[in-house]
Design a protein around this ligand. Structure first.
Ligand code: PEP
Length: 244
């Protein structure tokens, strides 16, 4: 049985006291580990948020990282640095990184391999654009994105997130049927180990639509952007994950 997992991606939002305040509220709202919970603040807030989460059930994540331990990579953050602050998860291949920063499948695979080497759990995002969906290319795109990652799968350590790009930050959530269809496709590609690997759905998950998605056995949790910035909304999604 796969445990539900709710992960918050703060993107380039929140720092200083505001970040600490949100983390504190989320920490106080989670009193057991019935559901796994992670928040990924911007890099600069990781030390404060990490300290705030200490002693609680909420895990710390990062939104990206480089694949080398150190070197001449101006502006980059090494997996090794993340470990210093208690980071356990790292989001890789988010569509914003692919589209805005030109990250390609091979780079994402290198980062995934590095995360596993450093004992960080990668949350690898895959998903199609609206035009790819309309042209009937959804499964081809996802298969291509999975191809470089599948050989790296190390027992249960990778988490996948199906994030249809047309649903991210748009308020247009995928229907449970659409999400389940793609989750089944991804699980099928993972082979036997697929039964043990968590596949989250991401894209406009809010308290109002969380139940319809999370009650699906195929949907092992959610990667939440906008709604994770509001502790009340984020805790409400977590509470739904506990009850389905
Ligand atoms: C995300 O950033 O991964 C995401 C799913 O964002 P939102 O929930 O805001 O659509």
């Amino acid at each position: 049985m796969r445990k539900k997992f709710i992960a918050g991606n703060w993107k380039m939002h929140k720092g200083g006291k505001e970040a600490i305040e949100i983390a504190k509220n989320v920490k106080e709202g989670i009193q057991d580990d019935k559901v796994d919970v992670m928040i990924a603040p911007p890099f600069t807030a990781i030390p404060d948020v990490g300290r705030t989460l200490e002693g609680g059930f909420v895990k710390l994540g990062a939104q990206n990282m480089h694949f080398e331990e150190q070197g001449a990579f101006t502006g980059e953050i090494s997996p090794f640095f993340l470990l210093d602050f208690g980071v356990k998860f790292v989001i890789l291949g988010h569509s914003e990184r692919r589209k805005i920063f030109g990250e390609v499948d091979d780079l994402i695979a290198k980062k995934t391999a590095a995360a596993l080497t450093f004992n960080l759990t990668p949350i690898v995002c895959v998903g199609e654009t609206l035009s790819e969906r309309e042209e009937g290319k959804t499964f081809d795109v996802i298969e291509r994105e999975l191809n470089t990652i599948i050989p790296l799968i190390d027992k249960k350590k990778i988490v996948f997130a199906y994030e249809p790009i047309w649903a991210i930050g748009t308020g247009k959530v995928a229907t449970p049927e659409t999400a389940v269809e793609v989750h089944k496709f991804i699980r099928g590609k993972l082979g036997d180990i697929g039964q043990d690997i968590r596949i989250l759905y991401g894209g406009s998950v809010k308290p109002e639509n969380a139940e319809s998605l999370l009650k699906e056995e195929e949907i092992d949790g959610a990667l939440v952007g906008g709604a994770s910035l509001n502790p009340e909304s984020f805790l409400s999604i977590i509470s739904t994950a506990r009850s389905v």
